[in-house]
Design a binder for this molecule. Structure first.
Ligand code: AMP
Ligand code: GLY
Length: 418
């Protein structure tokens, strides 16, 4: 099979790494890719949100299967455009992608399908939102409706903050701003990312992952796309997983099918476990980053069979083999990320990592200049280690980093400390 992956992050590098291990994969392409992906796939610079250019590329290169990594092309309907040309594509339709691209859609959906989530109100008018805020108990959570690259959610501890953020959203200052704001109850508890694959009718569980969202040790500093991950998530016993499957995932897949927008792809549930009860905080319609890297080193080449089963509607024939292992990802980011940072910094030699078994370096913001690898983004590399237990994975990863010095970069020292 000739396979194309869309995206350029650590997520897509790990997908490419896993897919390339499956003998069904004859040739791998990636748009746009990064320095790491270019070692295993032929990379091309095309706008991944431009449906016509992506369809033309697939026809010209005789692509048999497309795997869409990030949310933006899904939300804009690239998967629909490809399927309309009979190009097999992994990733939900534009309509089904609303589970990520519209928070008001998802909250209303939860209400209809009786899915446990934080209490909420949706506002289309600033005046009504302010009226609600003036009677609210704090903290409350203010959310822009649309895609906001992780920047559309604010936890307000008083009415002043809540009103300022709501005004910013209605004034279009915040990414993802639209004409709607979701205001919801603040939930206390433990956050877990949970992944299932669905073919539109059935689903199979993949696994749980704990993401480290804050920039600095001790969960301090600004929110980021994710500074590390461990898989499986601790604090996620089978009885909670069963509740998630029964009360959240099953009604979602059933209701999406019933509404005529079947969900085909990976469904990423952002959960809050509060007093032993799981609540849905948000859905994402893609693999998480860096969660995907943690999953791929555990699942390996069999992922390609599963992605194909989703697209062919044959998930009931699928089986997964999981070892009792654990994985851990440490994100190496440019100093200053998630705010201002410099690009173009030379990345020190990575050869030491390459000779280690069960250790992968997945690239994110990297490119090649004068045959050297340089940084080209905020999150740059993902050191990913697999071991029999979390403690061993953690020790191994941090020991490797002791001998590797990148002056312009930083990483969290507490990934896997629970
Ligand atoms: P979201 O983009 O909806 O996942 O929100 C980003 C982050 O905000 C989540 O990962 C949580 O840490 C936090 N958050 C969102 N909604 C809530 C909520 N209702 N209660 C507590 N924390 C929340
Ligand atoms: N790591 C969080 C996300 O991918 O949305």
């Amino acid at each position: 099979m000739r396979i194309l992956i869309l995206g350029s992050g650590g997520r897509e590098h790990s997908l490419a790494w896993a897919i390339a291990q499956n003998p069904i994969c004859e040739k791998l392409f990636c748009i746009p890719g990064n320095a790491g992906i270019s070692k295993i796939a032929e990379c091309f610079d095309v706008d991944i949100n431009n449906q016509r250019l992506i369809v033309d590329f697939c026809i010209k290169k005789e692509i048999d299967f497309v795997v869409i990594g990030p949310e933006a092309p899904l939300a804009s309907g690239v998967s629909d455009a490809l399927r309309n040309q009979n190009i097999k594509t992994f990733g939900p339709s534009k309509m089904a992608s609303k589970l990520e691209s519209s928070k008001s859609f998802t909250k209303s959906f939860c209400k209809k399908a009786n899915i446990p989530t934080a209490d909420f109100q949706i506002f289309s008018s600033l005046e009504l939102a302010i009226k609600y805020i003036s009677k609210a108990e704090f903290p409350i959570v203010i959310k822009a409706d649309g895609l906001a690259s992780g920047k559309g959610v604010f936890i307000a501890s008083n009415s002043y903050e809540a009103i300022e953020k709501t005004k910013e959203i209605f004034n279009g200052v915040v990414d993802g701003s639209g004409n709607k704001v979701v205001i919801e109850e603040f939930l206390h508890g433990q956050e877990v990312s949970y992944f299932v694959l669905s073919d539109g009718k059935r689903f199979i569980p993949i696994c749980s992952v704990q993401d480290y969202k804050k920039a600095f040790d001790g969960d301090l500093g600004p929110n980021t796309g994710g500074m590390g991950a461990i898989c499986p998530a601790p604090h996620f016993p089978p009885e909670i997983e069963n509740k998630v499957l029964k009360n959240i995932i099953k009604p979602t897949i059933e209701k999406m099918k019933q509404q005529g927008t079947p969900y085909i792809g990976v469904l990423y549930a952002g959960l809050m476990i509060s007093n032993g009860e799981p609540y849905l905080i948000e859905y994402n319609v893609r693999f998480g980053d860096p969660e995907c890297q943690a999953i791929m080193v555990r699942i390996g080449g069999q992922i390609l069979d599963l992605l194909l089963h989703c697209c062919e509607g044959t998930l009931d024939n699928a089986s997964t083999k999981w070892a009792q292992d654990h994985s851990l990802v440490i994100v190496l980011a440019s100093k200053g990320y998630p705010d201002r940072y410099k690009i173009g910094s030379h990345i020190p030699n990575l050869k030491n990592f390459q000779s280690e078994s069960n250790v992968e370096i997945f690239h994110a913001g990297t490119s090649i200049k004068n045959r050297k690898i340089i940084s080209s983004g905020g999150r740059v590399l993902n050191l990913t280690v697999k071991a029999n237990n979390l403690q061993d994975a953690r020790e191994r990863a941090y020991n490797l980093l002791k001998e590797w010095h990148w002056k312009e970069g930083y990483f969290r020292k507490d990934i896997g400390l629970i």
